[in-house]
Write a protein that binds this ligand. Structure first.
Ligand code: SF4
Ligand code: SF4
Length: 93
């Protein structure tokens, strides 16, 4: 009997680069205006913008710097969190 193989593509979740603290956000949308590549689109009045294109984010931090209330936290992907260290520091004493 012929064995039938099945394949499936694993879907990865889109990155969520921005986290808004709603208690700090005044809904000015200055962060959205600062983003050069329009990751965000307008949200409801008095609320943060909507992160409509999260995979396009460059993690440049411009929106974070523009926010006057400190309402945005940038969530870097794991790949960006790696740290460069001296090779010698990895050797056992
Ligand atoms: S700049 Fe800050 S306060 Fe203004 S909408 Fe963006 S997150 Fe909210
Ligand atoms: S980190 Fe930069 S690219 Fe990403 S949303 Fe903010 S301003 Fe846009």
């Amino acid at each position: 009997m012929e064995q039938k193989l099945e394949f499936a593509f694993r879907q990865t979740m889109p990155a969520q680069p921005l986290h808004f603290d709603e208690s700090k956000c005044v809904g000015c949308h200055a962060c959205m205006e600062a983003c050069m590549i329009d990751v965000m689109t307008p949200g409801e009045e008095g609320h943060p913008p909507v992160v409509s294109f999260p995979d396009e984010c460059w993690y440049c931090g411009c929106c974070v710097m523009e926010c006057q209330t400190g309402a945005i936290t940038l969530r870097h992907p794991l790949m960006n969190q790696t740290r460069w260290v001296e090779k010698a520091s990895l050797k056992k004493e």
